[in-house]
Design a binder for this molecule. Structure first.
Ligand code: GDP
Ligand code: ZN
Ligand code: ZN
Length: 579
C-alpha cells in the first residue's frame, strides 16, 4: 500500500486553505472580474428569462359576445329584391371547443336542398361530354354526391356535368359576398372572464377586479385592464382591417399574460392583454380565411329539406400565460440558510450548533492585509480594539487620526509562554530594582514638559524632520490617564534586559561585542517585544507604531551614543527615514 499506512491516514480529509488578502488593488480586480461574469450571467438570464422562479398558470376562460347586426340578403341570384334581417348573439356566435369563440361575419346560403338527382357543379373534374366520362358509383372527397353514370346539362347553361345522387341543387362554388354581410360585427364586444391559479403558490385571482366599470372598453393605454373588447379595436391593434378579414374570415389570438410577483411586500398580479393574427393572411394562401358549413333542416310537404349555410367568420383563440415569482422571499430564505456558513454566523442565534463549522471556518480562512506604505496600526491602552490607519496622513499627527477599529488579534499561547519564560529572570543584578524605582519617579516629574497631544504625561516631542514628525506624535492613550510605561507589564516584558537578551540569543547566538551595537540590538528587540505584546500577530506588528512614551522610554533604557534615532521604517515603502 503506497500512501495509506495507518488508520489515521484513512480518516483524513484534505481541503484547500484560503487566504483573504485585504487589498484595494486585488479587491478591485476581483470585483471587476466578478462584475464581468455577473453581467454576462445576468444578461444571459434576463435574455432567457431564467431569473424568475417560474410557475405555469392554470386558467379557465369564459366569453360573452354582444351586439346586433342588420343584414341585407339578396334572396336569389340575379334578383334585385333584398330582405333585411336582424342578427343577434344566437345567430352569429357558434359554440367552439376550448378557449375560443367564433363570430360569424359573412355567409352564403343554398336554400331548399332536398335528396335527389342533379348535375354536379361544373369544375375541371366534373365537366363531361358524354356518359362515358362519368362512372356509376364514383365518388371522391371533393364531390358532392355519388355519380349515376349519366352526363347531363347543367341547368340553363351550355355546360354538361356528371349527374349525382346528392342534396340538390348542389351548392355553387362562388366567392364569399363582398362586402361582408355582417360587416357591422366590428362593433360587437366580447367580455372575457379569466380565472387563474398558481397551484404551487396557492394563489388564485381573476381579471375582473372589484370596482370594475362594466361599461368600459379596453384600450391599450387608456383602459388596459378593462376585460371588454370591441372586435374592431382588436384588429386595429394588430394592424389588420376588420372589413377585409370579415369577408373570408380569420383567426385572431387574444393573449392574456399574467406577470405576477407574489412577494408579500410587492404583491402585484395583473393581466396584460395583447393580440396576434393567427391565420395565414398572405394573399397566396391556398385556403385563406376561416369557414365551415352547417345546415338548418325542415320539412316541406312531408319532404325533408335543408338550408345549407357556408359560414365565414373570425375565431378568437384566448391564450393565457403567466409567471408567478417569489423573488424576495427566495432571497431571504437563501440568505438565512447561508448565514451560518459565512461571516455573519457570529451574530446569528441560529448558529449555535455550528460552532464546529466556525472552528473549521477559522482554520480555513486566513485574513491578511495587503502590505502598503500607508498602512499603520496603533493601539491605545484605554481601548480594547486596535486601529488601522490606511491613508496618506498629510501632516496630521497620528494621535488625531481616527482610522478603522479592528479586533486585537489574540497572541498565540506559544508566543505568550515564550514571553512568560523570561518574566521572572535570573536573580536581579544588584541595583536594578532601585533603578526602575528611580525612573518611575523621574517620569512623573517630566509630565510637565509633555506635548499638548499627550494624554499620559510621558511623551516627548519627536526629533524627526518636520515632514515625518506626525508619525511619532502618538500617545499610549486616547484619553487622560496612567501611562503604559509605568506598568509592571511594560517593565517586565519590554524593559527587562535579561528577557531581551534571552530573545536575542535565539536570533544571534553570539552577542555583539561593543556596547553601542548591543544597545541597538536590545532597543530594536524591545520595539519588537512591544509590538508583539500589543498587536499580537506578527503581520500587524511590522506596521504597528510605538507611542512616543514607549519609544523614548525604550531609547532611554538602551540609548544610542549620538542620540540620532532613525525611527519607524515601513517594511514596504519609504517610511520615516532620517536622511
Ligand atoms: P536606529 O536604531 O538609529 O535606526 O533608530 P531607532 O531606534 O528608531 O530604530 C529604528 C528601527 O526600529 C527600524 O528598524 C524601525 O523600523 C524600527 N522602529 C522604530 N520605530 C518603530 C515603530 O514605531 N514601530 C515599529 N514596528 N518599528 C519601529
Ligand atoms: Zn503620552
Ligand atoms: Zn504613555
Amino acid at each position: 500500500m503506497p500512501d495509506c499506512c495507518s488508520c489515521g491516514d484513512v480518516f483524513q480529509y484534505e481541503t484547500v486553505k484560503v487566504i483573504r488578502i485585504q487589498s484595494a488593488n486585488y479587491g478591485t480586480i476581483k470585483w471587476f472580474l466578478h462584475m464581468l461574469v455577473f453581467s454576462y450571467v445576468s444578461f444571459a438570464l434576463v435574455k432567457d428569462k431564467l431569473y424568475q422562479q417560474k410557475e405555469p398558470v392554470i386558467s379557465s376562460v369564459h366569453t360573452k359576445v354582444k351586439g346586433i347586426a342588420e343584414v341585407k340578403e339578396t334572396l336569389e341570384k340575379g334578383m334585385k329584391e333584398t330582405v333585411r334581417s336582424i342578427f343577434d348573439t344566437a345567430d352569429y356566435t357558434f359554440p367552439v371547443q376550448g378557449n375560443s369563440f367564433f363570430v360569424m361575419t359573412n355567409f352564403r346560403k343554398t336554400e331548399g336542398q332536398e335528396q335527389g338527382l342533379c348535375p354536379e357543379y361544373p369544375t375541371r373534374r366534373t365537366i363531361c361530354s358524354s356518359d362515358s366520362n362519368c362512372k356509376k358509383g364514383r365518388m371522391n372527397p371533393q364531390s358532392n354526391g355519388i355519380q349515376t353514370g349519366k352526363c347531363v346539362k347543367y341547368y340553363n347553361t351550355t355546360k354538361k356535368t356528371c349527374e349525382v345522387t346528392a342534396w340538390c341543387p348542389i351548392e355553387t362554388a362562388e366567392e364569399a359576398p363582398k362586402p361582408a354581410l355582417l360587416n357591422s360585427a366590428e362593433n360587437f364586444t366580447v367580455f372575457i372572464k379569466n380565472n387563474i391559479d398558481f397551484p404551487g403558490h396557492n394563489y388564485t385571482t381573476r381579471n375582473i377586479f372589484p370596482g370594475l366599470n362594466t361599461t368600459c372598453t379596453f384600450h391599450k393605454t387608456r383602459d388596459p385592464l378593462c376585460p371588454i373588447f370591441r372586435l374592431g379595436d382588436i384588429f386595429q391593434e394588430t394592424g389588420d382591417n376588420f372589413s377585409d378579414v370579415a369577408i373570408k374570415g380569420g383567426i385572431m389570438g387574444i393573449e392574456i399574460y399574467w406577470d405576477c410577483n407574489l412577494d408579500r411586500w410587492f404583491q402585484h398580479c395583473r393581466p396584460k392583454y395583447s393580440f396576434r393574427r393567427l391565420d395565414d393572411k398572405s394573399s397566396e394562401s391556398l385556403y385563406p380565411g376561416y369557414n365551415f358549413r352547417y345546415a338548418k333542416y325542415y320539412k316541406e310537404n312531408n319532404v325533408e329539406k335543408r338550408t345549407l349555410i357556408k359560414v365565414f367568420g373570425i375565431r378568437f383563440d384566448i391564450l393565457v400565460f403567466g409567471t408567478a415569482t417569489l423573488f424576495i422571499d427566495f432571497l431571504i430564505s437563501t440568505y438565512s440558510s447561508k448565514c451560518c456558513g459565512s461571516q455573519v454566523y457570529r451574530f446569528c442565534k441560529c448558529c449555535e450548533p455550528f460552532a464546529v463549522n466556525e472552528y473549521y471556518h477559522k482554520k480555513k480562512f486566513e485574513n491578511i492585509v495587503a502590505p502598503k506604505s500607508t498602512l499603520k496600526y496603533v493601539s491605545f491602552v484605554d481601548e480594547s480594539n486596535i486601529r488601522m490607519v490606511d491613508q496618506q496622513l498629510l501632516g496630521r499627527r497620528l494621535q488625531d487620526v481616527k482610522g478603522e477599529e479592528v479586533p486585537r488579534p489574540l497572541m498565540e499561547f506559544r508566543d505568550l509562554s515564550r514571553l512568560a519564560l523570561s518574566v521572572h529572570p535570573s536573580p536581579p543584578k544588584p541595583g536594578q530594582p532601585e533603578e526602575i524605582e528611580l525612573l518611575s519617579k523621574e517620569e512623573t516629574s517630566t509630565s510637565h514638559g509633555s506635548p499638548d497631544w499627550c494624554q499620559c504625561g510621558n511623551c516627548l516631542p519627536s526629533k524627526l524632520p518636520e515632514s515625518h514628525r506626525y508619525l511619532e506624535e502618538l500617545c499610549c492613550r486616547k484619553g487622560k490617564g496612567q501611562c503604559i510605561t509605568t506598568s509592571e507589564a511594560f517593565r517586565k516584558l519590554i524593559l527587562s534586559r535579561s528577557t531581551l537578551q534571552f530573545f536575542l540569543l535565539y536570533e544571534k547566538p553570539l552577542p555583539e561585542p561593543d556596547a553601542d551595537s548591543s544597545n541597538r540590538e536590545l532597543r530594536h528587540c524591545a520595539y519588537r517585544c512591544y509590538t508583539a505584546w500589543r498587536f499580537g500577530s506578527q503581520d500587524l506588528a511590522d506596521f504597528a507604531i510605538l507611542p512616543s512614551c514607549c519609544r523614548w522610554r525604550i531609547r532611554k533604557e538602551f540609548p544610542k551614543s549620538d542620540g540620532k534615532y532613525s525611527g519607524f521604517k515601513s517594511p514596504y515603502g519609504c517610511g520615516a527615514q532620517q536622511s
